[in-house]
Design a protein around this ligand. Structure first.
Ligand SMILES: [Zn+2]
Length: 231
């Protein structure tokens, strides 16, 4: 007989599909004791292919870092442009691949690590290009974003209630940071016309945050919204 879920061939005595775990049932076949069609101990296919995919992707990342590095060393006898390539790939690897090496990746650890990596990459670009914008602009902006996103992720993970308060508060905090960001931008790059654009994100984000917190406080409004949007 065959598994009704995944179609794999089953021994007539099989109590569960060895591939997907579905309980098989055939009304005409009586259960008699025969040998299993598959060995008892084999790695589930999903786990195996996941590990294989991780190894392939990691090798691809490693190669795409090594090749530019070797070319760069050969052509300019030092690390010049390949540093940017390697930094960007390391950052992409940390964000997109590294968490999948773990069975249950904890975003409370990976999210701040990602921001630290992004900060270090920007610092590298700043130093390599002889820029003067890291300490006064990139560091505070990335730092603020990192603290804010990490706080939201941590609260969302460990406090399983009050989503509206968490996201409302985060929206207001992000809005409040907009003028600070414009100020730092103007300071760093010598712009002298004062604050121009930051009040638009400030207004929009504070309104959004206030609306979320209003919904959190006012139960009838929340229920009517839930009915309207089928949440
Ligand atoms: Zn199956």
């Amino acid at each position: 007989m065959y598994c009704i879920n995944c179609g794999v061939k089953l021994a007539d005595t099989e109590k569960a599909c060895p591939l997907c775990g579905t309980v098989p049932f055939h009304p005409d076949i009586p259960r008699v004791q025969t040998d299993r069609l598959y060995p008892e101990n084999c790695l589930p296919v999903t786990q195996l292919s996941r590990l294989g995919a991780l190894i392939v992707v990691s090798t691809a990342f490693l190669l795409s870092m090594l090749i530019p590095l070797l070319c760069d060393l050969q052509l300019s006898s030092g690390v010049t442009w390949s540093g940017y390539v390697i930094g960007a790939l390391l950052l992409a690897y940390e964000v997109c691949v590294l968490p999948f090496w773990f069975k249950k990746p904890n975003p409370v650890i990976f999210v701040p690590c990602g921001f630290v990596m992004a900060g270090l990459y920007l610092l590298y670009i700043n130093l390599a290009t002889g820029g003067d914008w890291f300490l006064s602009f990139a560091f505070p902006v990335v730092g603020f974003a990192g603290v804010l996103v990490t706080t939201v992720v941590t609260l969302a993970r460990y406090v399983h209630r009050g989503w509206l308060y968490i996201f409302g508060g985060a929206a207001i905090a992000a809005g409040a940071f907009a003028p600070v960001m414009e100020f730092l931008l103007n300071l760093t790059f010598g712009i002298t016309h004062g604050l121009v654009w930051s009040f638009y994100p400030l207004t929009a984000l504070v309104l959004l945050g206030a609306m979320l917190i209003f919904l959190a406080i006012c139960r009838p409004a929340r229920e009517s919204m839930e009915r309207k949007f089928f949440i």
